[in-house]
Design a protein. Structure first.
Length: 136
């Protein structure tokens, strides 16, 4: 996963009520996961909710599914549930892998980072997260 403070969503009307998405002019925040990982997660955890046609940021070219992961660990903190928005693997890898030191299959965005204060020390390759609310 990479840190993507600008991970953007445009929840389709049917998904807004399901995921309780906060939006401004129809645009919100999300985290991303590639199609192949979403398929693998759903295969291993069929009880995890999936919204078909959940995000139409790139409609009509691509209408993304969304998957709800009950809990994830970020640093030493557990947060959740977290909705991940699908991104086609080929395009995601072509764009993101070229910017990273190793391949990535997803991005943690504002919906994951919301309960934290994030401090990043780029020159020393360090980051700190302080939980403000709803973390374990």
């Amino acid at each position: 996963m990479l840190l993507d403070t600008g991970a953007t969503s445009k929840p389709a009307p049917a998904s807004v009520d399901i995921q309780h998405a906060e939006t401004t002019n129809g645009i919100g925040v999300t985290s991303y996961i590639t199609s192949d990982v979403l398929d693998r997660w759903h295969s291993r955890h069929p009880e995890w909710r999936v919204i078909e046609n959940g995000d139409d940021l790139f409609a009509p070219r691509f209408i993304a599914r969304m998957i709800e992961v009950p809990q994830i660990t970020v640093a030493d903190w557990q947060v959740g549930p977290v909705w991940f928005t699908e991104r086609p693997g080929e395009g995601f890898h072509r764009t993101m892998d070229s910017l990273m030191d190793q391949p990535v299959s997803g991005a943690l965005g504002g919906n994951v980072l919301q309960p934290f204060t994030v401090t990043i020390d780029y020159p020393h390759d360090r980051a700190w997260l302080t939980c403000l609310d709803h973390c374990k």
